[in-house]
Ligand binder design. Sequence first.
Ligand code: 5RP
Length: 262
Amino acid sequence: MLISRICRPADAAGRPQVRLCRTRRPQQDEGSMSDAWKRMAAEKALEDVRPGMKLGIGTGSTAEHFIRALGARVRDGLDVVGVPTSERTETLARSEGIQMTTLDHLPSLDLTVDGADEIDPQMNLIKGGGGALLREKIVAAASQRMVVIADASKLVPVLGGFPLPIEVVPFGLGATWRAVEKVFADLGLSGALSLRGGDDHPFVTDSGHYILDAALTEIRAPAALAAALVAIPGVAEHGLFIGLASKAYVAGPDGVATVTRA
Ligand code: 5RP
């Protein structure tokens, strides 16, 4: 059953609530099933973790399942060290007893495990629904491998149904906004751009930036868009993760599927 596109633009954490307003009305148990699938995918990723590993640790509800499962292993004696992708993740990981450090101390990581907002068949991602995209990309890029953990709703044939987060420096916001819109026009893309949290209470990232969410619907050439966006001086980073993830654990009603690049 279709529901109206009129919806809350964001939840309490500033995350856009796209799926609630662009698809069908959620079934009563859908939220809890999706959370159970997120947990299953997160627990599967523990199979990739070896003693002594240096781990990048993602942000979001799926990553939080991973952190809790990893914490249980650590308390059973698993020796790993983690680098967080957000302050939220660092707080939870430390509370789980996981030893945490920074990329200054460990500039090269073995594996990053993180969630995603969308995954396409080439394993390109949209990330940043939780506002941590800049640190998530820095950590993933510093890792030999990135494994994505997700529920099945995140698999899409083409990226763009989820608004693309673009992390921008607050200085010169108007000029950056305009430059982003010009990039979209030059690439034949259209869709509304909005400041996450709104003008009165903009969402501020861990790095002190704002986020513009771009409702583009379909991104047919993600690499071209990525290159054009990072060339804008006021853009700190965007949520297109291209060529970073090598594998995804995706859980749904039939269990956890291992997805690799097409
Ligand atoms: C945070 C992210 C998250 O990984 C993404 O939003 C998925 O979140 P969740 O696991 O809660 O569905 O990119 O910036």
